[in-house]
Design a protein around this ligand. Structure first.
Ligand SMILES: C[S@@+](CC[C@H](N)C(=O)[O-])C[C@H]1O[C@@H](n2cnc3c(N)ncnc32)[C@H](O)[C@@H]1O
Length: 483
């Protein structure tokens, strides 16, 4: 019941966001080029199946097929329609009324453009497009689809694995699915940037959001990975992009191994991936040939754990075999409550020694270390270790580079001391700082280098310190906690 209510609230917030900021944030009058979107073609799946030497299960081309574009936004379904002129029907579904209205308008203009162009004489036409305003999790279709696209939408639903299962239920046997999703751990710095902006009270309703965001980001010392991250993302150019990247109402990325679990449980068979060459599974064996013995999902997991999936994964599947059971494992990478350190000793020590100087483990170091430990477990299966991989990345790949050619410092694992990342202990959690506050009294505050730390209470001050100083050293301090 609690999950149901949470789901409804979250879904409502996602709808509101896309009513305000339809996606993609482009001119409402813009039409796609007629040859735009080859990467979305059904025929890509046919090629991948052929490359995998799968017995012929898919028709050679899209003639007469039904396609669902789930979470279609304002443009994608038109691009898909252009790329599939011989499809029987394209169903374009989205939660947001405004997105659907914009899409309908674009389709109408595209048809008018086609009527007036020579393409019509060559027999080119847009296929039938049915637009539907609905929550995909509640919508059903009984005729089945040959091809479903779920691009950049599953991670915006409360339970991505369950949404996937629901979509696969509408896929015909041997139907094809294309998923684009966020790399879970590789978006680490985006989440830190979001936390920094939110800490300063910024949100989707903030007036002059872009200007305020720049001001807040510039409070950080240089170089700082949050500054680099902000600079690296072209979304920061407008409010809609900023909201999508840093203030999304619901962002639930799953790690590659959880996606493996979810897709297998839904009865999907992996066909391949088509994102940038450097973010595909095979990039790992290119760096370290010994890792070619790991299955593709594990290679992807290692790359994500070391923050190297630099673009959103694009995965293709076909529906084969039996559906095993409903995939409910929706664990996200942020759930660390279960392994929280015992803070009672720390609290009683602070309470009894008020003027001592304290050094606290950096949350960033701890989280990056956790991720490295996970990668190490996988690499050990092929007698390899994560230290070797990081060393290779340092030499072969180096720091990220901005479009202008300059280095964006602090975004890669190789820029941090591996041993210290692996040795950093888990910091005490926010709720322990709240308990400490209750013991020390409302006025208790933290001083850092004899300066007061921003924040209205200990928990807020610690959050600020972790974001501001966290990436700069494995320990934060010296701190004095006074009444
Ligand atoms: C980031 S946009 C991606 C749009 C499009 N797929 C693309 O790649 O251009 C996510 C879209 O998914 C839609 N969406 C999110 N959750 C949904 C749900 N539960 N049911 C239907 N649409 C949903 C949003 O309204 C939004 O238009």
């Amino acid at each position: 019941m609690t999950w149901f209510i949470k789901n409804c609230i979250e879904m409502q917030s996602v709808r509101q966001q896309y009513e305000r900021f339809p996606y993609p944030p482009i001119n409402a009058l813009a039409l796609p080029r007629r040859d735009q979107g080859k990467a979305l073609q059904y025929e890509r799946a046919v090629e991948l199946a052929r490359d995998k030497h799968l017995p012929k299960i898919l028709p050679d081309n899209h003639l007469g097929i039904r396609i669902l574009v789930a979470g279609c936004g304002t443009l994608e379904a038109l691009v898909v329609a252009q790329m599939h002129p011989r499809a029987k029907e394209i169903v374009a579904l989205d939660l947001s009324h405004r997105s659907i209205t914009r899409l309908q308008r674009r389709i109408h203009w595209a048809r008018s453009r086609d009527m007036l162009s020579l393409a019509r004489l060559r027999g080119y036409r847009l296929p039938a497009v049915t637009t539907i305003e609905a929550d995909v999790c509640e919508w059903q279709d009984s005729d089945g689809f040959d091809y479903i696209l779920a691009n950049n939408m599953l991670h915006h639903t409360e339970q991505p694995a369950v949404t996937l299962q629901h979509l696969v239920g509408m896929l015909k046997p041997d139907g094809v699915m294309r998923i684009v999703t966020y790399p879970a751990m590789s978006r680490f710095w985006l989440r830190q940037t979001s936390a920094w902006l939110r800490w300063h009270g910024l949100n989707a309703d903030t007036p002059a959001l872009k200007k305020r965001a720049v001001e807040v980001i510039e409070e950080l010392p240089q170089p700082h990975p949050i500054l680099s991250c902000f600079e690296a993302h072209s979304e920061t150019a407008n409010t809609a992009g900023l909201v999508d990247a840093f203030f999304h109402a619901c962002e639930k990325p799953l790690s590659p191994l959880l996606w493996q679990q979810a897709t297998e449980a839904a009865g999907l068979e992996w066909l391949g991936e088509t994102q940038s060459q450097y973010s595909r599974a095979e990039f790992l064996p290119e760096l370290m040939p010994v890792t070619s013995a790991l299955p593709a999902w594990q290679q992807l997991q290692v790359l994500d754990d070391v923050l190297e999936l630099t673009s959103n994964p694009v995965w293709w599947f076909c529906k084969r075999g039996d559906v095993k059971q409903v995939a409910t494992n929706n664990k996200t990478i942020q759930s660390e409550e279960a392994s929280a350190p015992d803070s009672s000793e720390f609290i009683s020590e602070i309470t009894s020694q008020q003027h001592k100087e304290w050094f606290l483990p950096s949350e960033v170091y701890w989280q990056l270390g956790q991720s490295l430990r996970q990668a190490d477990c996988l690499l050990q299966q092929v007698s390899c270790c994560v230290e070797d991989l990081i060393e290779t990345l340092r030499h072969e790949v180096g720091p990220r580079v901005a479009r202008g050619g300059w280095e964006l410092l602090g975004l890669t694992m190789g820029e941090y001391p591996t041993t210290e990342l692996l040795q950093t202990q888990q910091p005490i959690l926010k709720k322990s700082w709240q308990q400490l506050q209750a013991k020390l009294g409302e006025s208790a505050r933290i001083q850092y280098q004899q300066q007061s730390v921003p924040g209205n209470n200990l928990a807020q001050q610690i959050e600020w310190l972790q974001l501001y100083h966290g990436p700069l050293d494995c320990q934060i301090g010296p701190l004095v906690i006074s009444k």
